[in-house]
Design a protein around this ligand. Structure first.
Ligand code: ASP
Length: 294
């Protein structure tokens, strides 16, 4: 079976300066990491987790270290991971003291009978599993603090950008998706976006494919975008066309954002209606590439 991987580094408004290559290549680096796992015969779940963990560690992206600051100036992280093989999934939301929320989401999937753990309960579970909690201020980067200060001064509505997502198809014909984010800048404390919600920001089903969304979480949740796109994939249609069609649902509720997806044959697709969505891919023919703005 063909293997492939797609990565996004978040949808959002246009950014000034020549940063496209930095974001695009950052995505590609993560894609290569996941692809190496697939090439070695590893599972789609392992590939998406490894790529997502690397992006959580990269301060460039709004996930893990470098997560966006909420209205109280704190980083609260959301993440989910789903395997298309048995529709097993896990998510965590509003965690503050975990460096790799996507790894914790995988533990929720594999080591509990639940699907979503939030806040202190999620952190207590992490400790129970042997994880050492971190000082939450170590997740804050100078770049995100500046962004937060600017947004606060301008009293703007919460904005998106820099969330990460990964989809992959492995040689056994299984697909998986992972999404991880600090959410929107200036969000209320306790606000949960689409990323950790199975069906909204993240979904995978071997019968269709795997999907990771980014953009205005409230809009994405309303149209259950990832599951909607996955159902369209199950019809066998070409993934690029599916991505554009799925986006029309987001348009319907006036949401800005985008999505990446892979079908069970390893065909990749993406679409976005925001000004930018950094992304990278290594397709079923082994061709790699990246993109940034429209
Ligand atoms: N979808 C994320 C959220 O609403 C934000 C983003 O994709 O940038 O939490």
């Amino acid at each position: 079976m063909p293997i492939s991987i797609g990565v996004h580094g978040g949808a959002g408004p246009r950014v000034e300066g020549d940063v496209g290559a930095v974001f695009g290549e950052g995505c590609l680096e993560a894609a290569r990491l996941g692809y190496a796992i697939l090439q070695a015969g590893g599972s789609a779940v392992d590939a998406v987790e490894a790529a997502a963990v690397a992006m959580e560690d990269a301060p460039l992206f709004n996930a893990g270290t470098g997560g966006a600051l909420n209205a109280d100036g704190e980083v609260e992280l959301d993440a989910a991971l789903m395997s298309g093989e048995r529709l097993s999934a896990g998510g965590v939301a509003a965690v503050r003291r975990v460096r790799h929320p996507v790894q914790l989401a995988r533990w929720v999937m594999e080591r509990t009978s639940h699907l979503l753990l939030v806040g202190e309960g999620a952190e207590a579970f992490a400790v129970e599993q042997g994880l050492v909690l971190i000082d939450p201020t170590t997740l804050i980067t100078a770049r995100q603090r500046q962004r937060w200060e600017k947004a606060r001064a301008a009293q703007v509505a919460p904005t998106t950008g820099g969330t990460i997502g990964v989809v992959a198809c492995d040689q056994h014909g299984h697909v998986a998706a992972a999404t991880s984010t600090g959410g929107t800048v200036l969000k209320r404390r306790g606000r949960v976006g689409d990323s950790p919600l199975i069906g909204a920001g993240t979904y995978a089903d071997d019968l269709g494919g795997a999907v990771s969304c980014t953009g205005q979480g409230e809009a994405i949740i309303k149209v259950v975008l990832a599951k909607y796109a996955c159902d369209l994939l199950a019809t066998g249609r070409e993934p690029m066309a599916v991505a554009s069609d799925a986006l029309k649902e987001l348009d319907r509720v006036g949401g800005d954002g985008g999505l990446i997806l892979v079908d069970r044959e390893g065909r990749l697709g993406w679409a976005f209606n925001s000004q930018r969505m950094s992304r990278a891919w290594i397709d079923a023919q082994g061709q790699e590439g990246w993109g940034f703005q429209q």
